[in-house]
Design a protein. Structure first.
Length: 321
């Protein structure tokens, strides 16, 4: 049996070369940035998988490849056993696509300011020729807004309310999988919890599967069934929340956790974990984390650590024991 979402050896490069003429004059080869490298994980149906990592670690790129907005450079994404990037049967592609929705960080940018909420919410269904009578009103109630809000425009709502509208729109096409890319990062801390609670309730009610993308570990602790920690495009640790928070095995996970308690408090700026993230165009040899790692030895500088099973977690570290 395969998982609902199954990702294997996923790779994504971006061409970041200078224009052709500059390259010729400066005698430079093409340059590629590795945004995602050899990522493997599975998401079981009706569970929440959280992808966590600092900005630039490749979270959004993975999310966009899963929903089919971006093609992998290598490896594959299977959703319900279908590979969207290579499937040739349009009926299968359509069936899988209609099972997936995405929610983004900035709820204002993803709502058309000139449309009424009713039309925004019903649009994915109308585009498929489905019935939209009363749909927006029903969904607005389900996300904690008032049915009469359907006649308003996006600017008449607060940030948290707008994200509720985005959620209502995502639900309109009755998806089975929702990829949520930093869904609460733009919201006030007090509002964040409300939106996350709503997402939890909806998951149970509609039997949804979530991929929750966030840079904030505190967000995932109570919501995720499984957490994957990304560093420079690679998965460095994967575990269930209890194991990850009580017994983090990768030094990078430990560093993130050390920074985490300061993040939840009162929404104040917190100094990021120490050290710079290396350049993804020229990543360090061996373990990409070794320049920031306090326990790194020679092997870490030379050999890339493979994913290993350690005490119920998957960890890519030579020294995790
Ligand atoms: P995250 O969501 O974790 O912040 P992203 O997936 O957005 O990370 O980006 C991963 C890396 O890929 C970053 O170094 C980013 O600059 C780079 N990247 C993302 N999209 C593009 C693009 N379209 N062209 C070039 N580089 C990109
Ligand atoms: Mg992102």
């Amino acid at each position: 049996m395969t998982a609902f979402v199954s990702i294997s050896n996923l790779v994504r490069l971006f061409d970041v070369s200078k224009p052709w003429l500059n390259r010729v004059i400066e005698r430079r080869p093409k340059a590629f940035l590795t945004a995602v490298s050899e990522v493997d994980f599975e998401i079981e149906e009706r569970t929440t998988y959280a992808l966590v990592g600092e900005s630039g670690s490749g979270k959004s790129t993975i999310g966009r490849m899963i929903v089919g907005l971006l093609n992998p450079s290598g490896g594959q994404v299977l959703i319900e056993g279908v590979n969207l990037a290579s499937e040739t049967d349009p009926a299968k592609v359509d069936a899988v696509r209609s099972d997936i929705q995405m929610i983004f960080q900035d709820p204002y940018a993803s709502l058309n300011p000139r449309w009424r909420v009713r039309d925004i919410i019903a649009e994915p269904v109308a585009a498929r020729g489905g019935k939209t009578e009363g749909l927006a009103e029903r969904l607005l109630e389900q996300v904690g807004l008032h049915p009469s809000d359907a006649g308003k425009f996006p600017h008449e709502f607060s940030g948290g309310q707008r994200q509720r509208i985005c959620i209502a729109r995502a639900l309109a096409s009755e998806p089975r999988l929702i990829v949520c890319d930093e869904p609460t990062s733009a919201l006030d801390v007090s509002v964040q919890a409300q939106v996350l609670n709503l997402m939890s309730d909806l998951k149970d009610e509609f039997g949804l599967t979530y991929l929750l993308i966030t840079h904030d570990l505190t967000v995932v602790r109570h919501m995720a069934d499984r957490i994957g920690v990304l560093y420079l495009g690679r998965l460095v640790e994967e575990a269930d929340p209890k194991s990850l928070f009580d017994d983090p095995k990768h030094p990078y996970t430990q560093m993130l956790l050390d920074a985490a308690p300061k993040m939840d408090g009162f929404g104040r700026e917190v100094p990021p974990p120490q050290g710079e993230i290396p350049d993804p165009i020229a990543p360090p040899p061996g373990c990409a984390f070794h320049p920031r790692c306090s326990i790194a030895t020679d092997i870490c500088r030379q050999e890339r650590p493979r994913m290993r099973d350690i005490r119920g977690a998957r960890v890519a570290c030579h020294l995790a024991e």
